[in-house]
Write a protein of this length. Sequence first.
Length: 82
Amino acid sequence: MTDEELLASVKSALGILGEYQDETLSVYIAEVKSFLLGAGIDNSKITAGLVARGVSDLWNYGAGNGKLSDYFLQRATQLSYL
């Protein structure tokens, strides 16, 4: 999946329309992918749904309480064993 396709899928999953937030979303997508790759997960196993969950977890409009959810961490752990 290309970066553009992943961005479009994440936006769709999160119900975000337009291009206004594309730069912010792209930064969070890169961060989530980096986390997953650093955990030893092969790029081919990284799904748009999991990335969208991670982006949603981190994106809190600067409220300062962004953290990865238990679901995200559990799914990442599962994928690291495959």
